[in-house]
Design a protein around this ligand. Sequence first.
Ligand code: PAF
Length: 289
Amino acid sequence: MKLVHTVSELQTQLDQARASKRIVFVPTMGALHEGHLELVTQAVKVENAFVVMSIFVNPAQFGKGEDFDRYPRTLDADIARLEELPHAPDLLFVPSVEEIYGTEETEISPRAGAVGVVFEGAARPGHFDGMLHIVSWFFRTIEPEVAVFGAKDAQQVYLIKRMVHREFKDSIAIIEVETVRELDGLAKSSRNRFLGEAARAFAPVIYQTLLGVKEELQAGIKPSLALEQARGALEAQPLAKLDYLALVDKNTFQPIADDFTGFAQLLVAVTVSGVRLIDNITFSIQEPA
Ligand code: PAF
């Protein structure tokens, strides 16, 4: 695995690789856990792949008062984890903030629009604009054939697929990698390290709630009723502060009505003892027999 820090070093490596290989891109912010390593595992499976991973904590996607400074930066440990893999990425791009944003004010684009201000976007104003900006920058700079993202960030994946369709004429294939979970079901996240003992013991209830709602919907209970009951149960938990539990159409990211059939995504965000956790599952809702 070769480590580069500048765009010019990156381009030199990419020019050589592009002649004979397919560029597969895995963007991350570092603090790598098994979820990120699974992205690499899926990336190397692409035929004839030259895998480029980026590690960049993007200031534009952190709002005021958010955890940009507190975000864990663990580059040496990240590199060690990648090098232990049976197939590490071919290239690791770790730019500085100046390398990407320069010293002048940057115009943030493209914008996430209405989908960018609900759910995670409501809790983190500007987050999805900043996220799309950097992913678009990487896509224009790296020009990958394939890019790999984790399904845990459902709203992010939806917005990136939409951007690839609108701005990149579907020229980049997006691989959405299933969420990697702890044995008790908690989705792996860089934030899990901030959970105290009691919060960590409670956290699997989030995934159990998602599975419970799915079971009820598939047994024919109306979405509005199943959601109301599950919200009530989560709100009654002393350690948890529910932000949202919502059911959306996976294709449009719009909340669904009780008569919906098709692929639904059940989204949740809960703050557990001060640590904000998100999760989701996707499943199909059929017409009652
Ligand atoms: O999911 C993340 O880690 C980030 O949002 C991403 C896609 C690397 C952009 O900074």
